[in-house]
Ligand binder design. Structure first.
Ligand code: NI
Length: 226
């Protein structure tokens, strides 16, 4: 399931982050990948664990966790500290899959990558190319969103970032372990929750919305690992 989450960050938050990122040092993006990724990844990223990566990463995580659409579609259990990456001058990240298990900072448990999230920090008119291309059971999807918007997609999908042929594509990226491992089950819960919210919005609380909310939670009880 892929979900577009608009306005995760405000225009002001994006502008502030961009100012800080413009003054920062970028390192080779291959620092954070395994052997398969290293063959196809050509970009730059903020050094993992640097004070700026931590500060901005906390702001991105907090904005996502406060976003009802992110919560409902991802059902996050643990979020890995966000990365920040930059593509320009033909840089790209060829077809790859994200590794299933990610080490966290020392002392923290490892995380199973169920859901990948990209938060765009450049607007589409700032660069040429740079589409995130995700292949899933329903076909191939090209994604390029306004700065501040996010896309979530299954970490198990094959995906790539096409070469950036003009300008700079700045984005934040992170993995989440979901309470519900299976993408289809997560999608079903998301759909059910979306319809319950729509019913409640249109008609207020009723016996039906209470009953359906109970059904939602019973499914979550059955499927969630916490
Ligand atoms: Ni990836």
């Amino acid at each position: 399931m892929m979900v577009h989450i608009p306005g995760v960050l405000s225009r002001e938050q994006v502008a502030q982050m961009r100012r800080q990122l413009d003054e920062s040092d970028w390192v080779d993006g291959r620092a954070s990948v395994g052997a398969q990724g290293a063959q196809v990844k050509r970009n730059r990223q903020l050094a993992e664990g640097s004070p700026l990566a931590m500060e901005l990463g906390n702001a991105v995580s907090a904005a996502l966790m406060a976003n009802p659409l992110f919560f409902s579609s991802v059902l996050p259990l643990r979020i890995l500290a966000p990365y920040f990456n930059s593509y320009g001058g033909g840089e790209h990240y060829g077809l790859h899959v994200d590794g299933a298990i990610r080490a966290q900072r020392p002392g923290m448990p490892a995380l199973r990558a169920d859901v990948s999230t990209t938060v765009f920090l450049s607007d589409p008119d700032e660069y040429e190319g740079g589409e995130l291309v995700v292949v899933d059971a329903y076909g191939t999807h090209e994604v390029k969103l306004p700065a501040g918007d996010a896309i979530v997609y299954p970490s198990g999908s094959v995906h790539q970032v096409l070469p950036v042929t003009r300008g700079e594509r700045i984005a934040s990226f992170l993995w989440t372990q979901s309470m519900v491992r299976d993408d289809l089950k997560r999608a079903m819960l998301f759909e059910l929750d979306t319809h319950i919210q729509a019913l409640r919005g249109a008609h207020g609380e009723s016996d039906a919305t209470v009953g359906l909310t109970g059904h939602y939670h019973n499914l979550l009880r059955m499927w969630a690992e916490v």
